[in-house]
Design a protein around this ligand. Structure first.
Ligand code: PHE
Length: 453
């Protein structure tokens, strides 16, 4: 191990930090939307298979590279394949993290605003949630201010370092998040729409299973586990030599999936409790549909509605924060370790430059609405370019690297902690990484391109 390289203080801290990265807006916001759009239980089933067959192998590959090289993603590839073009994978990961962070903070800023407004009781006073949402996002200064505050919070955590910042924060926030999820699920079970909600979420209707549903599930698994952006690789570089890579990846995947499915349990009974609201309301679901759903579902006990929505947005905010931390860290670790800048300076540079880019995303809902490329606003463009192009491409190269280029002994050593734990899964892992995952990713990628045309 390199001297002076940061480390997580405990195994629990490491798992919670990685789970914090995985559990994000993707679970509470994107997952229920995708479930709604793709027909419910059948989608969830395919999603879980994708997590097992594609997600976990890619995460383990990132863990192997990060822990073996003890460095950020770019340096990791430089060390494993000196002078070779493989380092491009590292660059694309760090660049993707930077771009995603710049628009992730915009939506995260919305979660902060909605938390504050619902706690202050403002949200409950407003009945026209669509206008309310539009007025907020198109007000450049207000949404920008919230994005800046959000970024400032992330900045403070990251500049405090790995143990005092990321680990400490994850150890407090992840249990809080799980507690809130628990409370909300219990509340949701007392709603009148619980039966319909459960049927929708648990009873698969295989007639709804199309190729497009399968591909959406794969894409969602990818995003939700924070893969191919250097986040898992960077965090793994802080793992101790004793951390078990495969079982840690599984724990992260289990926590991530539980939070996603529970978010479905929270949202759908509420949605089915209110006549006239469809389960496939799209991305506006969380910010426009849900406030009115909460209102109506709890209209006889407004106080409960108030608590429920306050907790719900707090949950979104916490989830967004721990994910944004990992995106920030992926870039900061590179600037700090490779460009020789102090952690404080590096994180400041990343925060400020990312905020500048984020500002354009924010304004693309207001003054910069007209600035479009191929019909997409700046915000949509960033989302499209990073999640539909950079991520699948990076993931593909990553598994080809681990499966076909990297010395198998390194992979085996890391997976078995230098032979100290049995390696029953090694063969399965290598098979998946060599053949199954590359084919699956190619399919997601091609579909993305077809959609674009
Ligand atoms: N996994 C996070 C989520 O579900 C998003 C994310 C992607 C975070 C990539 C970090 C890196 O919201």
């Amino acid at each position: 191990m390199e001297e002076g390289h940061a480390n997580f203080g405990s195994r629990m801290g490491a798992i919670l930090a990685a789970a914090g990265s995985a559990v994000g807006l993707g679970n509470v916001w994107r997952f229920p939307t995708e479930v709604g759009n793709n027909g419910g239980a059948a989608f969830i089933l395919v999603y879980v298979i994708c997590i097992l067959v594609i997600g976990i192998p890619i995460m383990v590959s990132e863990f192997v590279i990060g822990r073996h090289t003890q460095s950020n993603m770019i340096d990791g590839f430089r060390r494993l394949a000196p002078g070779k073009w493989w380092r491009i994978i590292g660059y694309q990961g760090v660049i993707a993290a930077f771009i995603i962070l710049s628009y992730y903070i915009v939506v995260s800023g919305w979660t902060l605003y909605y938390s504050v407004e619902s706690v202050a009781g403002q949200l409950a006073e407003n009945r026209r949630y669509d206008e309310y949402f539009q007025a907020f996002v198109s007000n450049p200064w207000l949404s920008l201010a919230y994005a800046v505050v959000f970024m400032a919070i992330v900045h403070v955590v990251i500049s405090r370092g790995v143990q005092k910042g990321i680990e400490k924060c994850s150890k407090v926030m992840m249990p809080m998040l799980l507690l809130i999820i628990g409370i909300l699920v219990v509340c949701a079970f007392s709603m009148p729409g619980i039966d319909d909600g459960l049927v929708f979420l648990l009873k698969p209707d295989f007639s709804k299973l199309t190729v497009s549903v399968v591909l959406s599930a794969m894409g969602q698994a990818f995003f939700s586990l924070s893969l191919a952006m250097g986040c898992m690789c960077t965090y793994a570089s802080y793992f101790s030599p004793k951390t078990k890579l495969v079982s840690s990846a599984m724990s992260v995947a289990v926590i991530d999936t539980i939070v996603a499915v529970f978010s479905g349990f929270i949202i759908f009974p509420a949605v089915f409790s209110v006549p006239g609201i469809e389960a496939d309301a799209g991305p506006g679901l969380v910010f426009i549909t849900l406030p009115s759903v909460f209102d109506m579902a709890f209209h006889s006990v407004p106080f409960l509605g108030y608590v429920f929505s306050g907790l719900f947005y707090l949950l979104l905010f916490l989830a967004a924060l721990t994910s944004a931390m990992s995106l920030h860290e992926s870039v900061t670790a590179y600037v700090h370790e490779s460009l020789g800048m102090s952690r404080r300076k590096a994180s400041f540079l990343v925060s400020v430059s990312c905020m500048a880019l984020g500002m354009m995303c924010c304004l693309s809902f207001g003054p910069l609405r007209e600035v479009t490329v191929a019909g997409m606003t700046i915000f949509d463009l960033f989302d499209f370019f990073s999640s539909k192009i950079l991520l699948p491409l990076g993931g593909f190269l990553l598994v080809i690297f681990t499966g076909h280029y990297l010395d198998g002994r390194i992979v085996k050593d890391e997976i078995t902690n230098r032979g100290t734990i049995p390696s029953r899964v090694y063969g399965v892992f290598i098979f998946l990484v060599r053949w199954v995952v590359p084919v699956a990713i190619t399919m997601i990628f091609v579909r993305g391109i077809i959609e674009m045309l």
